[in-house]
Ligand binder design. Sequence first.
Ligand code: IPM
Ligand code: MN
Length: 434
Amino acid sequence: MEYCSTALLLPIIKGSSGQIPPLSANIQWARVHVGATYGTAMSDHRIAILPGDGTGREVAVEAMRILDTVQAHTNHGFEQVMIPCGGQHYKETGEEWAEGSFEFCRDEADAIYLGAIGHPGSRLPNGDLAGGSVILGMRSGLDLYANVRPIKLYEGVPHKVHGKFTQIWEPGLVDMTVLRENTEGLYHSLLRRSADRALGREEYIPPEMTFPGLDGEVAYDPRPISVNGTERLVRMGFEIAQSRNGAPVDGISRVSCIDKSNVTRGCQLFRRVFDNVATSYPGIETDHGYIDAFMQWLTRTPEYYDVVVSSNMFGDIATDLGAVLQGGMGMAASGNIGDKHAFFEPVHGSAPKHAGQNKVNPIASINSIQMMLDWLGRKNGEEELVQISKLIDESVADHLRDGKSLTYDLGGSATCSGVGESIANRLSSRLSEL
Ligand code: IPM
Ligand code: MN
């Protein structure tokens, strides 16, 4: 292995082209290096790979396999820089990630992939989740104001209910994109604290408040919702609606504003800003709903939804229910997207009880790379990357339609790497025809 340095003058290990790293090696490097680089010298995109905790490390390998596959068949190269991080890393090293990692993601990487954060019992001295500097610190510190969660049900994906696999929702009738505000709302203080840690700033502590009528110990989280934060999120929602084919039920492009404006002031502001932004998009239908009622409609008439925008905590909760419609968390990909930066992450988390068994579903991870290439392509005006991202989606769809190799969460017994290889092989064939 040869050594080189980043602009941050931090040591990096260079691997041979296209090589998939052994997982155990990642853990070993965690103590010593900020990153390990895979890929060729011809790379035109530098991707930070943050495997994180538990099963995040396994599905990250499948994400890298997809990047390697694209690189092997096209002119698009990816320099993949591995950055160890997370709760387990914190337990082993006393750091959530090596110093300079945040700056590397901000200043050196074109896009970021995150596996999962969360290790049982791993908390910071202040009680916050260890690894929070990574996921929450990047959301706030890189100003990734939109958490974009596509909710699409592929053919061949059953729903697990009452311990049995059945088809409840119909493929073709579930295809929406939910945008959750990602930098403010109920998460604001925690996000801010996490970014402070990542950036080495002094920790933000929200001002003391008293609550008339409440005695004894009181814990609270301020829930600021700003005009600017709402406006940019809603605008992205309308832009995304313009690039889609409308709602499954009627093909109409529609953006739904989901809030609780019958009760909270923050939501009243959110809805007012939504209505203002909507006037700039006369060709797109608007729709309003309260979050509690939306939970019913999401399950009963998902076909009505095209794009949905919501505040931080409501969006967090609603999208996990949305994941049920798409076949579970193993199918749920996400993008944390701002104007300059973005990280892409499967939403299932580290799933410690399944870790190390090569059994979890890599599709959320693979589709996170699909989202990454779509984002990179649109951002840089590289139409071919957008096309390649569609081929990844088609390869996933083919694999699932075929139905022969499904992981346990979809009723099969296939391995994580087996599914990853099958999808990568399908992608190879499609790319060869490009
Ligand atoms: C998510 C997760 C995170 C969140 C956790 C891990 C902090 O649930 O990405 O949806 O609450 O935002
Ligand atoms: Mn969540």
